[in-house]
Ligand binder design. Sequence first.
Ligand SMILES: CC(C)(COP(=O)(O)OP(=O)(O)OC[C@H]1O[C@@H](n2cnc3c(N)ncnc32)[C@H](O)[C@@H]1OP(=O)(O)O)[C@@H](O)C(=O)NCCC(=O)NCCS
Length: 164
Amino acid sequence: MDEIESLYFAAFHGPPLYESREAARSFAQLYGWLLPRPDLVTVFSRTRQGAELAGIAYGHPWRWAEQSDEWAAQLRERLGESAASLEGRFAVYLLAVDPGYRGKGLGRLLLRSALEAAGAERAWLITRDEQTPAMALYTAEGWVPVGQGPDTPNGRPGLVLIKG
Ligand SMILES: CC(C)(COP(=O)(O)OP(=O)(O)OC[C@H]1O[C@@H](n2cnc3c(N)ncnc32)[C@H](O)[C@@H]1OP(=O)(O)O)[C@@H](O)C(=O)NCCC(=O)NCCS
């Protein structure tokens, strides 16, 4: 979890995202909660020396019946009729690559590998509704918008993307 917090902070605190240490901590905590799930899929890459995480992607299949928190309730409400299309899809919770290892194909590899390891032909994720490098990656990989979800740290509703 400490490693995830460090990687998250390194990946998200600089421009154009400017996320806080607190956000990194929350994400690491979320990973801790998800860890006992037998269907959690995590793929990661370590630095050449093996000392640190260079990138990570993780998620699990989404079942509305398991979701009881406020965030999921808002997701369902904002998606409206499209909410049903998330059922059973692999939910990508996090994709992050350390700034020192970007632009070499690692983000694409991690994203593809997570879906492959999960055996997922259908997936979804939520991202900022902005022209970020992540959005460019998702578009290039064939992800398409299906609606809006809870606000992202830019204060605007996140964009929910699906693949397959
Ligand atoms: C998004 C992220 C994972 C991409 O990692 P990466 O290893 O640099 O990406 P890749 O080298 O695999 O690039 C794959 C594609 O992403 C897009 N891309 C990556 N960096 C980009 C940039 N700076 N500007 C525009 N497009 C970019 C391109 O389409 C690229 O394909 P191409 O090289 O064939 O043109 C990385 O920038 C990151 O960790 N960002 C911060 C965290 C984040 O936003 N995560 C997603 C939250 S939903």
